[in-house]
Ligand binder design. Structure first.
Ligand code: PGA
Length: 248
C-alpha cells in the first residue's frame, strides 16, 4: 500500500514571517491527515518553516538542490545545507525550472541522485507541454523524461522517489487534467518504471498529480487508483485551501 503524499509548492511566495504564519495556521487543521503532508517554501524561509513545523506532522521540502557537495556554484544550495536545516524533501525538475532556467532531464537526474544519496526525498517533476499533448506525443515525452530522470538509480533509491506528473498546460492555468487523463498518464509512467526497475519498484513508487489541483477536484483525482497524491501550487498558499486538499 502506498501512503498518499500531498505537497505544497509555494514557488516564489512568502517571507519567513509569512511562512511561519501559514504553517502555524495549518498545524491544527492537518494534524489528522491520512497522507504525508509537505510544504516547500523558498530557500530563505526554510529555517523558519522547519522551526514552525517542529512537533507536527508537516514536513518541509526545498524547491531545488544542487548536485555538487560544495564549491564555486553561485546561488546554488547543496544537499548537506538542506539536511543541516532539517529539510526532508526537495522538488527537482519543476517545469518552471525547465522553462525559465534551462534545466534538462540529465541535470534533474543528477539533482535527484544527489538528494537520494544525502537522504532527502526528491519529488521529481515530469509532464508534457500543451503543444505536445495536441500533437499526440504525450506518452513519448513522458516516457523519455521518466527514463532519463530515473536513470542510474538502485531499485531501493527509485522506491524512495516521488514522481509528480504535471501537465505543463495545467499549471497555474485553472485547467486541470480530467481524472481519467491524469490516471491514464500516471499508470503509463508506472508501467515505464516497471519496465526499468520491475514490478515491485513500480508498485512502491508514489506518483502525484499536479496542475491546478484544488479543493474542488482533489477528491476525484485522489480517488483514482494510480494517483498517490498531489503537488499543489496556488492552492497551497492559503491554509483553508491546502487543508481541504490534504483532507480530501
Ligand atoms: P498549480 O501549480 O497548482 O498552481 O497549478 C502546481 C505546480 O506548479 O506544482
Amino acid at each position: 500500500m502506498r501512503k498518499p503524499i500531498i505537497a505544497g509548492n509555494w514557488k516564489m511566495n512568502k517571507t519567513p514571517a509569512e511562512a511561519t504564519e501559514l504553517i502555524e495556521a495549518l498545524k491544527p487543521l492537518v494534524k489528522d491527515a491520512q497522507c504525508d503532508v509537505v510544504v516547500c517554501p523558498p530557500f530563505v524561509c526554510l529555517p523558519a518553516a522547519v522551526e514552525a513545523a517542529k512537533g507536527s506532522n508537516i514536513k518541509v521540502g526545498a524547491q531545488n538542490v544542487h548536485f555538487e557537495k560544495s564549491g564555486a556554484f553561485t546561488a546554488e544550495v547543496s544537499v548537506d545545507m538542506l539536511k543541516a536545516l532539517g529539510v526532508e524533501y526537495v522538488i527537482v525538475g519543476h517545469s518552471e525550472r525547465r522553462q525559465y532556467f534551462g534545466e534538462t532531464d540529465a541535470v534533474v537526474n543528477k539533482r535527484a541522485l544527489a538528494a537520494l544519496e544525502g537522504g532527502i526525498t526528491p519529488i521529481i517533476c515530469v509532464g508534457e507541454l500543451k503543444s505536445e499533448r495536441e500533437s499526440g506525443i504525450t506518452h513519448a515525452i513522458v516516457e523519455l523524461q521518466t527514463r532519463l530522470v530515473l536513470a542510474n538509480m538502485t531499485e531501493c533509491q527509485v522506491k524512495k522517489c516521488v514522481i509528480a506528473y504535471e501537465p505543463v498546460w495545467a499549471i497555474g492555468t485553472g485547467l486541470t487534467a480530467t481524472k481519467e487523463d491524469a490516471q491514464e498518464v500516471i499508470a503509463f509512467i508506472r508501467s515505464i518504471v516497471c519496465d526499468m526497475y520491475g514490478s515491485e519498484v513500480a508498485e512502491a513508487i508514489r506518483i502525484q498529480y499536479g496542475g491546478s489541483m484544488n479543493p474542488k477536484n482533489a477528491t476525484e483525482l485522489m480517488g483514482m487508483p494510480d494517483i498517490d497524491g498531489g503537488l499543489i501550487g496556488g492552492a497551497s498558499l492559503k491554509a483553508p485551501d491546502f487543508t481541504a486538499v490534504v483532507n480530501y
